[in-house]
Design a binder for this molecule. Structure first.
Ligand code: NAP
Length: 248
C-alpha cells in the first residue's frame, strides 16, 4: 500500500513528536527530522516501526540549505512523494530586551524563518510537481497579538512565518494548501520546564478554559487540517489558545 508521507521538522520532542505520532496513527509514513534530539527521534522511530509503518529519520539543521536539500532528496529517493509538511521546528532565546544581541535575532530568524522558508521551498516544489500537498507552519499567538520584549526576536519571527504562509499559499496554488497554526500557552517540557507552579497558574488564569494547551491539542488540529474535511481551508491562520479574555 502506498501510504501518504509526512515530514515533521523537530519531531524528536515536544509538539513535533506529538504531531508525528498522531499522523502515524492515521497511517502516514513519517519523516522524522531532528537536529540535536537523536534519542527522542530514535525512540519515535522504534515506536512507529511497532505500528508496522516505514518511517525514516533525518538529522538536519533546517537553517542549512545544503542539509535541507539533502534531506528532501533522501526522502524523495525513499518514498517518491511528500504529501504533508509540518514546519514545527523553532527556537526562542529569552533575554531581557536590552541584553538581546544581534546574534540572538539572527539565530532566531535563521531557524524560525529561513528554516521554514528552505524546507517549504524544496518540499513545496515536489508537492507542486505531484499536484498535491499540505503545508502547515507552526507560528504562535506571539506572532499575532501577544508581545513580550524578552522575546522580541521570537515574536517577530512568528509574525514573519504568518507572512511567509501567505506567500507560500500563493506560490504553490492551486495544488498545495498552506496554513499556519498559532498556538498559545502549550505545556511542553521546554515551555514550562523553567517555570514555577505559581507562574504557570497565573498564565492559566489568563486563559478562558483555565488550562494550558497540550501537545495533543495541537496535534489534533494538524490532523484535521491535513484531512479531506479541511480541503477548502487555505491561506489561513488558526489560533489554538483556549481563548483569551478581551481578545477579538
Ligand atoms: P521544543 O520542545 O523546544 O522543540 C523545538 C523543536 O525544534 C525541537 O524538536 C528541535 O529539534 C527543533 N529545532 C530547533 N532548531 C532546529 C534546527 N536548527 N533544525 C531542526 N530542528 C530544530 O518546542 P515546542 O514547545 O515543542 O514547540 C514546537 C513549535 O511550536 C516551535 O516552533 C514553537 O515556537 C511553537 N510554539 C510553541 C508554543 C508553546 O507554548 N510550547 C507556543 C506557540 C508556538 P532538536 O531537539 O532535535 O534540536
Amino acid at each position: 500500500m502506498d501510504r501518504k508521507v509526512a515530514l515533521i521538522t523537530g519531531a524528536g520532542r515536544g509538539i513535533g513528536k506529538a504531531i508525528a505520532k498522531e499522523l502515524a496513527l492515521k497511517g502516514y509514513n513519517i519523516i522524522i527530522n531532528y537536529n540535536t534530539s537523536e534519542k527522542g527521534a530514535k525512540d519515535l522511530y522504534e515506536d512507529l516501526k511497532v505500528l508496522r509503518l516505514d518511517p525514516m529519520i533525518v538529522k538536519c539543521d533546517i537553517s542549512n540549505e545544503a542539509e535541507v536539500k539533502a534531506m528532501v532528496d533522501k526522502a524523495m529517493d525513499k518514498y517518491g512523494h511528500i504529501d504533508v509538511l509540518v514546519n514545527n521546528a523553532g527556537i526562542a532565546i529569552d533575554a531581557l530586551f536590552f541584553d538581546k544581541k544581534v546574534e540572538d535575532f539572527r539565530k532566531t530568524f535563521d531557524i524560525n524563518v529561513i528554516g521554514t522558508f528552505l524546507v517549504s521551498k524544496y518540499v513545496g516544489d515536489k508537492m507542486y510537481q505531484n499536484k498535491y500537498g499540505k503545508i502547515i507552519n507552526i507560528s504562535s499567538t506571539n506572532g499575532i497579538n501577544t508581545y513580550f520584549p524578552m522575546c522580541a526576536d521570537y515574536d517577530a519571527s512568528k509574525a514573519a512565518i504568518i507572512s511567509l504562509t501567505h506567500n507560500l499559499a500563493v506560490q504553490f496554488a492551486p495544488y498545495v494548501n498552506v496554513n499556519a497554526i498559532a498556538p498559545g500557552f502549550i505545556a511542553t517540557e521546554s515551555e514550562i520546564g523553567g517555570m514555577d507552579e505559581e507562574f504557570i497558574k497565573l498564565e492559566e488564569e489568563k486563559i478562558l478554559l483555565k488550562r494550558a494547551g497540550t501537545e495533543q491539542d495541537v496535534a489534533n488540529l494538524v490532523n484535521f487540517l491535513v484531512s479531506d474535511q479541511a480541503s477548502f481551508i487555505n491561506n489561513e491562520v488558526i489560533k489554538i489558545d483556549g481563548g483569551i479574555y478581551g481578545d477579538c
